[in-house]
Design a binder for this molecule. Structure first.
Ligand code: PEP
Ligand code: MN
Length: 366
């Protein structure tokens, strides 16, 4: 996807770009004290605070509203930090711009709705401000890229994405499922678009912030947005996931930053050689898959001739348990074998169903 002109507003050489501050602005004292302590760490570029809060249930704290914008203006004047807030409609955009907010983000409950995203895009038309688009709550990459595209079409050049995980019905360790393959796919679709990770909303608990942040750094994310509060336990929203500015500083110092490409040419050579070996094996895997599918097709023709059903559950159970055992002997996880074999099996079934119904040569079909 081409989003030119995309201006690089974030210095990738001083990765990670850190945004931090409370989930919600609660009082002038809380905002100012958190901001001062965050600025003292010397590691944070921008101060975040929710002014209008989208809450799951009515009756919860819904943000301080307009007066919070004055506090953020003070933060900027007194600490020099950039300021960032969530905008969920055109009125929020106009108010934020009036108060000189530097970074506007579109929240996960807003990026799901193209009507609202378009309303925000229209309000941003011709404005020079940084806009970050959080992923929608559901794992739909097209909806995410669509929202980014709408903002880009409004003329916003300083764009970024925020990965904050995805809702699931199942109970999982994290509050929101990371599905890391989705932000990786986003990077592939829009190269050059900065991507930040929000470990606070992915993890939902303080104890996960470090491990998720480190994972994001290993996947070469450009920055992090982390919730912090001077008194996290008494925060009016998201208390379990907020950390003190001191803990923030400690976590940021512990992060190990690996370079996407080693600067030393010798190391680059070595890495290149290993990558070539991987390419050879990947080619080999593709050839093997092709051969395996040819056999599956032959079986499909046999089943058609002899009026046998495509799916034979008992046979399949046997294949997968044997493969998992064999894989374990070779140090391959049951999860890997299960995922790969299920995908291969599904493909074989799809091909056989087409053969049985049409008798066509699947390689030449479509
Ligand atoms: C937030 O950043 O406080 C927030 C509401 O995030 P999200 O939109 O990711 O839930
Ligand atoms: Mn929050």
């Amino acid at each position: 996807m081409d989003l030119t002109p995309l201006t690089q507003w974030l210095d990738t050489s001083s990765r990670p770009f850190i945004i931090s501050g409370p989930c919600s602005a609660e009082s002038e004292e809380q905002v100012m004290e958190t901001a001062r302590k965050i600025a003292q760490t010397g590691k944070v570029k921008a101060f975040r605070a929710g002014i209008w809060k989208p809450r799951t249930r009515p009756g919860a704290f819904e943000g301080v509203g307009l007066k919070g914008l004055r506090w953020l203006r003070r933060v900027k004047e007194e600490t020099g930090l950039l300021t960032a807030i969530e905008v969920a409609n055109e009125k929020h955009v106009y108010e934020a711009l009036k108060y000189g907010i530097d970074i506007l983000w579109i929240g996960a409950r807003t990026s799901v709705n193209p009507f609202t995203v378009q309303e925000i895009a229209d309000a941003l038309s011709g404005v020079d401000v940084i806009v970050l688009v959080k992923n929608p709550v559901n794992p739909d990459i097209d909806l995410w890229t669509g929202a980014i595209e709408r903002i880009s079409k409004a003329g916003i050049k300083k764009l970024g994405a925020v990965h904050r995980g995805f809702s699931t019905f199942e109970k999982t360790m994290y509050r929101n499922q990371p599905n890391w393959q989705i932000p990786i796919e986003l990077r592939r679709r829009i190269p050059g678009l900065p991507i930040l990770c929000d470990p606070s909303h992915i993890g939902g608990a303080r104890k996960f912030i470090y491990e998720i942040s480190q994972k994001a750094m290993d996947l070469n994310f450009d920055g992090l947005i982390i919730e912090s509060h001077i008194d996290p336990n008494h925060a009016l929203s998201d208390a379990a996931q907020q950390i003190t500015p001191e803990t923030l500083s400690e976590i940021l110092s512990r992060l190990v930053l690996r370079s996407p490409n080693p600067a030393d040419p010798k190391l680059l050579d070595e890495l290149g050689e290993l990558r070539q070996q991987i390419d050879v094996f990947d080619d080999h895997l593709i050839e093997l898959l092709e051969q395996r599918m040819q056999i599956a097709d032959k079986i499909g023709i046999f089943k058609k001739r002899n009026n046998i059903t495509v799916l034979q559950s008992a046979r399949w159970d046997e294949i997968i348990s044997k493969a998992i055992l064999k894989g374990q002997e070779k140090g391959l996880s049951a999860e890997l074998i299960d995922t790969v074999f299920k995908a291969i099996h599904q493909e074989s079934i799809n091909r056989q169903i087409r053969i049985i119904n049409n008798g066509i040569d699947v390689n030449k079909a479509d």
